[in-house]
Design a protein around this ligand. Structure first.
Ligand code: HEC
Length: 157
């Protein structure tokens, strides 16, 4: 009976691990017993930016920014991620749809905007993206987000 329960828990851990760190060579080498420890040890970056990325972006762009081929573009070394901050901020605030080419691959899909996220939140999130997944672009500051927001949606009054 215990054996059954154990196997059940192991399978759950493997599933969680696959979501968090898919393709990790560590996980391949270790058996299910060690897999649970691997989840804890490999518990990723818990900075605010990392948590925000996992909460808002990882479902589509994947935990490590690799994207989903043909569906959701990667966030590694792309012109949008490492280029002009205003453009990147615009994508997050307003979303992005229609045909684009990212690192030589065509996408024609839709990303929702995140206009409800505050300036600091967007800045932390995008600073994380610009300095993770092999990217080394300058961080984004809250002021840049508020400036971009004003330009995107001019106040009506
Ligand atoms: C529902 C899925 C989804 C979510 C959630 C999402 N995106 Fe996207 N994202 C997309 C798709 C799809 C595209 C390409 C849209 C197109 O084809 O025009 C895209 C494009 C992009 C691009 C421009 C292309 C590139 O890869 O450089 C950036 C940058 C980006 N997303 C960043 C983010 C960030 C940051 C978040 C979290 C705040 C996020 N996305 C959340 C689906 C998503």
């Amino acid at each position: 009976m215990n054996g059954m329960r154990y196997r059940g828990a192991g399978a759950t851990c493997i599933y969680v691990l696959a979501l968090l760190a898919c393709g990790s060579p560590e996980a391949d080498r270790q058996g299910p017993a060690a897999t649970h420890d691997a989840v804890v040890i490999a518990a990723p970056d818990t900075t605010a930016g990392a948590r925000l990325y996992q909460a808002h972006c990882a479902a589509c762009h994947m935990a490590k920014g690799g994207g989903v081929p043909g569906l959701n573009p990667p966030l590694r070394q792309t012109d949008w991620v490492t280029g002009a901050p205003e453009q990147l901020i615009r994508i997050v605030l307003e979303g992005q749809s229609g045909p684009i080419e990212v690192n030589g691959q065509a996408y024609d899909s839709q990303m929702p905007g995140f206009p409800h996220l505050g300036d600091t939140v967007v800045a932390q999130l995008l600073s994380y993206v610009r300095t993770s997944f092999g990217n080394s672009a300058s961080p984004i500051e809250g002021k840049m987000v508020s400036d971009a927001r004003v330009n995107l949606a001019p106040k009506e009054d």
